[in-house]
Design a protein around this ligand. Structure first.
Ligand SMILES: *[C@@H]1O[C@H](CO)[C@@H](O)[C@H](O)[C@H]1NC(C)=O
Length: 208
């Protein structure tokens, strides 16, 4: 939606039931089906808990499967209660629609909280009606040099792999990944790669 006025108009056409909004839409198979409308304010997508701290992408986690009504402030509070040291939370939004995509990022101020979060691997998000177990992973960047060779062994290319095992927690080029992980005990580490490209959006309804 281009302007806020049309969102207001849409909301005015909705039927209110307690704190929820519904609108009647028709699909090719069902006529006048009430669907819930959840307005999303752009400011709900980011929350800074501590602005004095620089955001360190290497102390940032990716949270997958975030329920759509969850706001950044709520994600920040939940993660801070569990692991402490949260300085920022963001809800990933579609660049075009600016609507939540169902994933988020949380940045911590310290390594211990970051490691506690990624070691847990899953987190129970509880807030109001929301109660969902979601996955937590290190936030992987696609523009980092290999931490072992700083690009010397791979022609300065950005590192394709990140090792999330707490004994590593580093970016690696292919060569360095292979040599470091041929050491005993490390052969079981699995590389993390940057989150995949956006999936195409489905358009299930036609407005009536
Ligand atoms: C991390 O690596 C160490 C040493 O290679 C290994 O003993 C440990 O099991 C690994 N941890 C996980 C969670 O895989």
């Amino acid at each position: 939606v281009q302007d806020e006025g049309s969102v207001q108009q849409l909301i005015e056409q909705c039927i209110q039931d307690e704190d929820k909004l519904y609108l009647c839409v028709s699909s090719p198979t069902i006529k006048d089906k009430p669907v819930q409308i959840r307005p999303w304010k752009l400011s709900d997508a980011d929350f800074v808990l501590d602005a004095s701290l620089p955001l360190d992408p290497r102390k940032t986690v990716f949270v997958g499967g975030v329920p759509r009504p969850l706001k950044a402030v709520e994600l920040a509070m939940i993660m801070d209660r569990l692991y402490g040291g949260v300085c920022y939370a963001g809800i990933d939004t579609d660049p075009e629609l600016k609507y939540p995509k169902g994933a988020g990022r949380v940045a911590f101020s310290n390594q211990q909280s970051y490691i506690a979060a990624i070691s847990a691997r899953f987190v129970q998000l509880q807030h109001g009606e929301i109660d969902k177990r979601v996955e937590v992973k290190p936030y992987v960047l696609d523009d980092q040099l290999c931490d072992e060779c700083q690009g010397a062994r791979c022609g300065g290319k950005f590192a394709p792999f990140f090792c999330a095992n707490v004994t590593c927690l580093q970016y690696y080029c292919e060569q360095c990944w292979a040599s470091i992980h041929s050491r005993p005990g490390r052969e079981f580490h699995k590389p993390l790669v940057k989150e995949g490209a956006d999936r195409p959006r489905a358009v299930p309804f036609r407005w009536c």
